[in-house]
Ligand binder design. Structure first.
Ligand code: AMP
Length: 251
């Protein structure tokens, strides 16, 4: 779903039993980085609704009225209305059926979206294996977000302190210019944190009640959090033990 299409390469090895996971966590906890590491390791497709909106924002082609409206909310750091997001995901339901499994990053964000996802999965005959919830104290979240820089061309993410690019303001991967996302600016960050508390935190209860919640402490380096995630996933999935991450010293 990244960039508006499934980034799945059928030549990739399909795992014996696909993982179907949701990733939760406040903005800035490193959820997107973990989603990429996990998608590579588990062979699952990474589906991000935030990436979908960002791709639409940058696309030259005409946007639907619904997408224009969605982007207005996004620019203010607010959640896009449920009916618009639910419809966008429904339109891309073929991605959920891929035999490689999926990692949903940034969706669902509200209980209404979680209920819509349950209905969609039920219709498709699919079940979730777990919901990884990345947890971090608020002051650490704010520090991480204000230093984040994104590549305008390939969307790679850097941090001025913890993951600086080799050349200031330039992407290591494609040489594109780095910028601060509109919704990473301080005023939008405050709104996003409030929105998260109000709308997304109830999801934690929703998934805890369904025995799907897997809390993951998100402090430490991305590799440390990744290794922790794999350890916690182990045993969740009948018939598919997760191999350990590359040792941190060798990463
Ligand atoms: P993200 O990159 O996941 O933080 O998403 C960036 C922005 O896209 C959010 O601040 C929202 O404005 C919008 N967005 C992404 N996913 C959703 C969703 N599931 N529900 C509502 N708004 C969303």
């Amino acid at each position: 779903m990244r960039g508006g299409a499934c980034e799945w390469n059928p030549a990739d090895a399909t795992p014996a039993r696909p993982w179907r996971l949701v990733l939760l966590g406040a903005p800035g906890v490193g959820k997107g980085t973990q989603a990429e590491l996990l998608a590579d390791h588990l062979g699952a497709v990474h589906l991000s609704t935030g990436d979908l909106f960002r791709a639409a924002k940058q696309a030259d082609s005409a946007r639907s009225a619904a997408m224009e409206e969605a982007l207005q909310y996004m620019r203010r750091g607010e959640l896009v209305p449920d009916d618009i997001v639910i419809r966008l995901v429904e339109e891309r339901r073929a991605c959920l059926r891929l035999p490689c499994g999926f990692l949903l990053d940034g969706y669902p964000r509200t209980v209404a979206q979680a209920e819509a996802l349950d209905r969609l999965l039920e219709r498709e005959g699919l079940v979730l294996d777990g919901v990884l919830d990345y947890e971090l104290p608020l002051d650490e979240v704010v520090r991480r977000l204000s230093g984040r820089r994104t590549c305008a061309r390939c969307q790679a993410v850097f941090h001025v302190d913890t993951r600086p690019p080799r050349r200031e303001g330039v992407c290591d991967h494609c040489g594109g210019p780095l910028f601060q996302r509109e919704d990473d600016r301080p005023e939008a960050v405050r709104v996003r944190m409030e929105v998260y508390q109000r709308s997304t935190a109830p999801l934690i209860d929703y998934y805890r009640q369904r025995k799907l919640l897997i809390p993951v402490p998100a402090h430490g380096t991305p590799q440390e959090v990744f290794a922790r995630s794999l350890e916690l996933l182990n045993g969740r999935h009948p018939g598919a033990a997760v191999t350990a991450a590359t040792p941190i010293s060798a990463a």
